[in-house]
Design a protein around this ligand. Structure first.
Ligand code: SF4
Length: 424
């Protein structure tokens, strides 16, 4: 890692302007897609020689990775190799609060710290309360166990007939292909298994999962997740796709991933060429906050959409991060501009040490009520709770049914007005 000493490490008494000290100014706030600007057209992108790089990313690269060229920065393997994982590395790019510093120093076991340089460029250097920073830098609350929390709140291990496969719903399975992620979200539902821990993932394990799917003809839909499947090398991923698509009763594949958001450079032409060979293929992209909507991410979603992959989003509702109507509206509107259909808004799962992330359920309902009717229907996700203990996803809606009587119901619309509907 060629991170250079940060001006932050020289202490607040260090004086002189950026020009005087030869250092760059701290990066500007994330370069969001301007509200009326749409991602480049296919022709524009085909003409473009390389992946876009926002002003913010460029400034961060020059400041902290001065020997990395733009081409290296845009190489997803370079991004993975240069992930920020150690306290000392983190302290160079971020002025850690005492609580963050203690929490990072204390960490051991699964769900390590791991942040791609690209995603690190979106984090605030100075503000511990910045939403993206809160989702990726541990704090002491992570070590507190609150009532109702557990390491496996969804009971996935109970519904796992072979390691790495969850068969909960009758006609579909969750295939956990890897425990590796390019960045580790502090609220991860699978924190017990990602980034190390008691789980291992191997080709032998994939073979056992494939054999199970082959033997169960009721399985028509396989969701690949993890960890993040798009961190797997393209040829290895293709091997897995080919094996799964060769099973006659598997009608289509889905991929759950955060890579297009935290490592957008991974969406290479090679990858999309491979992916389009395995249609029908759907993708669920994990977004958290409008600060993630950068020119780089617009490029990654455009490449996937151009490859004919229907894109949906999933977002976890997080306290102080995205738990307001304006923030959620901005995120959902931005996703539609990126050709991503908002799909799920999840109530945060009660994993151990998640109390500082969890909102009330009423907050989620308030957000849905603030979107439904007030904006495009496509911009309104399904608000769901993944029921603890393995009950599956249960949708929740604000109460639009005001009264029911013989032969009629009374409905409440988005403005609170009441309407009677004849119900035979
Ligand atoms: S990318 Fe997904 S699997 Fe990986 S840490 Fe984040 S939430 Fe967990």
């Amino acid at each position: 890692m060629d991170i250079q000493p940060s001006p932050a490490s020289t202490g607040p008494e260090a004086c002189g302007s950026a020009a005087e000290t030869g250092t760059a100014e701290p990066p500007e706030p994330p370069s969001r897609i301007p509200p009326r600007l749409f991602p480049a057209t296919v022709k524009e992108r085909e003409r473009g020689a390389s992946f876009p790089q926002s002003e913010r990313s460029r400034a961060f690269r020059r400041r902290f990775f001065p020997t990395a060229t733009a081409a290296l920065w845009n190489d997803w393997r370079w991004q993975l190799q240069h992930r920020i994982r150690e306290l000392a590395e983190l302290a160079q790019v971020i002025r850690l609060s005492p609580g963050e510093r203690a929490a990072v120093a204390r960490h051991s076991g699964p769900l390590p710290v791991g942040i791609t340089p690209y995603y690190a460029s979106l984090l605030s250097e100075t503000d511990p309360a910045q939403p993206l920073r809160r989702t990726h830098i541990p704090v002491e609350g992570e070590y507190l166990q609150s009532p109702g929390e557990s390491g496996d709140p969804l009971g996935e291990d109970h519904d796992s007939p072979v390691p790495g496969l969850v068969h909960r719903y009758p006609d579909r399975v969750l295939f956990l292909a890897t425990g590796f992620c390019s960045t580790y979200c502090r609220y991860c539902t699978r924190s017990r298994m990602v980034g190390g821990g008691e789980y291992t993932f191997s080709l032998r394990q994939w073979e056992r999962a494939i054999a199970y799917i082959e033997a169960h003809t009721e399985i028509r839909d396989v969701l690949l997740s993890g960890g993040d499947p798009l961190t797997i090398a393209t040829d290895k991923l293709e091997w897995l796709f080919a094996r799964l698509r060769a099973i006659r009763h598997v009608e289509f594949l889905r991929v759950g991933t955060k890579v297009p958001v935290v490592l957008p450079q991974r969406i290479t032409r090679d990858l999309t060429r491979m992916l389009r060979r395995y249609h029908p293929l759907w993708m669920s992209l994990h977004f958290t906050h409008p600060d993630e909507l950068t020119p780089e991410v617009a490029e990654s979603t455009a490449r996937l959409a151009d490859a004919g992959i229907p894109l949906g989003s999933q977002t976890v509702l997080l306290k102080g991060i995205n738990d307001s109507v304006p923030v959620m509206r901005e995120l959902m509107h931005g996703l539609l501009r990126l050709r991503v259909r908002p799909y799920y808004l999840y109530q945060c799962d009660p994993i151990t040490g998640s109390a500082h992330f969890r909102t009330s359920v009423a907050k989620g309902l308030e957000i849905i009520a603030g979107l439904r009717g007030h904006t495009t229907g496509y911009a309104v996700p399904h608000f769901v709770i993944d029921a603890p203990g393995g009950g599956g996803k249960i949708p929740l809606l604000p109460d639009y049914l005001a009264a029911r009587e013989e032969g009629a119901i009374t409905l409440r619309n988005y403005e609170g007005n009441l309407y009677r509907y004849p119900d035979p």
